[in-house]
Structure formats: C-alpha cells, structure tokens
Design a protein around this ligand. Structure first.
Ligand code: BTN
Length: 262
C-alpha cells in the first residue's frame, strides 16, 4: 500500500542508525526482525535491571494484548514496541490509558488528525481500533519499572486485517501511510512528556476526556468474567476508572470491555 522507501523503521537494523536514533531519544533501542513479544523481552530486560530501553520488532510470534488476547500483525506492517520507564510511577494503570493520548498526539504531528480514545486503552480512527496499549509493573530492583507496550496498525491493507477489518483499521487504510520510524520517535517524546511531569499527566487526562469516543453515551461494560453492566458512560475519574450511571446508581468500573448500545 505504501512505497517501501517511505517507511524507515527497518533502518534500525543498522547499528549506526540505531545508535544515532538512540542518542536522539535518550535510551538504548533493541530492534528485532522477529521476537516472541516485545513486551516479554522488555520485561525480562527490566527484571535484569536494565535502564530505560525501547524494544521494537517488525514481527511478533506471540504478541499479546490486554486480558490475555493475542495481538496479531503481519511482519513490517505495524509499530510494535515496548518502553521501559524508570522509576515505576505510582499509577501504572493510568499510564496505560494516557499512552492513548501520546499515540493520538504523535499521529496528529504526522498529519493523522482526529484520533479518538475508547476506554480503557484503545485508539480509534473512523470508529475502528488503530492502536492499543498495555502496561506492566516490574517491581524487582530498587525503584521498579513500568513496561509499556504499544501496537499501532500502520501499513496494513484491508486484506491483511482479514476478519478484524470490521472492528480495526490502519493508518494506511485511513489514507495516512506514515513512516513507522517517525512515529516511534514522536511517540517516545510524547510518552516522556507524560512520564516525567504530574502536570503533564493532568493535562493528558483532560485531553483523554476531550478525545473520548464514548463519554455521554449508553454503553455495556463486560468484565473479564463475562458479567455485563449497562448504563451511561458519565465520566473518566482522575484515577482512570470509568463512572457508569446505571439504573442502580453510579458505578465505578476499573476494568472491562466497553461497547455502544442502541
Ligand atoms: C490491547 O489493545 O489489547 C493492547 C495491545 C498491545 C499490543 C502491543 S504490540 C507491542 C507489545 N508487545 C506485545 O506483546 N503487546 C504489546
């Protein structure tokens, strides 16, 4: 869908390029043609005491998403990366949610406007999922670490999305075959911004609310055990939980899958 020269992520395979970009982004970068999961690799580096690092892959053989689901992307189509941040922030779950704001901002800088956010960690274009994030806390070592994994569908064609095409999209399908290396750099800067300052975190939370696709609408929230709760998605609380106005009164939801009803 896009000319190969427009996408430069593969240049990270070259040690000289990698070290130049590492200097620019202020941390080591590991680039894999294929790895089980960038998240598992980054977690094991964090467990071993490594400082801030980005693990990026062209393809994952065992990529995973939230709630144990698989994250599948054909090689060379996506930004698949995990960042180790130190120290471990006090609110790792909030950080996973705010990663969506970082993705939306980075995409906007590359000309992909109007990304919307679906609670808790999805980024959407034209109402379909284009990116997701997950966060793991690693407590070994002195200050602990946050391992943040993000997958962005960048260059997939509709055929490459297969059955997922009803619910998912890619930047290219939306008319924006962005350079994954530029996206990696801009996203890293946006994540740093949110990670380093509580004030930035507060303004990112406000931006999350402004970009929310479901606030003020009737939704169903399904928990991991399958229990469903219906109500009006009233607000995003400061701790990242979703406040649902149900027939029995307000309920604070900490985890689950949201879908629109009606
Ligand atoms: C979700 O929406 O369920 C979260 C998806 C997170 C996927 C990314 S891809 C890079 C990193 N490595 C993984 O195995 N998962 C995350």
């Amino acid at each position: 869908m896009t000319p190969a020269h427009a996408d430069r992520l593969g240049l990270l395979a070259d040690a000289a390029v990698r070290s130049a970009i590492s200097r620019e982004l202020g941390r080591r970068i590991e680039h894999h043609a294929r790895v089980g999961s960038t998240q598992e690799r980054a977690r094991s580096l964090a467990d071993a005491g490594e400082g801030e690092v980005i693990v990026v892959a062209e393809e994952q053989s065992a990529g995973h998403g939230r709630q144990g689901r698989a994250w599948v992307a054909p090689g060379g189509t996506s930004l698949l990366a995990s960042w180790v941040f130190r120290p471990l922030p006090s609110d790792p779950a909030l950080f996973a949610l705010l990663a969506g704001v970082a993705v939306a901002r980075a995409l906007a800088e590359l000309g992909v406007a109007d990304a919307r956010l679906k609670w808790p960690n999805d980024v959407q274009l034209s109402g379909k999922k284009v990116a997701g994030a997950l966060a793991d806390a690693v407590t070994s070592g002195s200050a602990g670490a946050l391992v943040l994994g993000i997958g962005v569908n960048v260059l997939q064609t509709p055929g490459e999305l297969g059955d997922l095409a009803a619910l998912a999209t890619s930047c290219a399908i939306e008319g924006h075959p962005v350079d994954r290396l530029a996206l990696l750099a801009r996203l890293t800067r946006q994540l740093d911004r949110i990670a380093t300052s509580p004030a930035e975190r507060a303004s990112a939370l406000q931006e999350w609310r402004a970009r929310a696709s479901m606030l003020g609408r009737e939704v169903e929230v399904r928990s991991a055990t399958g229990t469903a709760l219906r109500g009006l998605a009233r607000e995003l609380a400061d701790d990242g939980s979703l406040v649902l106005e149900t027939s029995g009164g307000p309920q604070r939801i900490l985890a689950g899958e949201v879908s629109l009803i009606g």
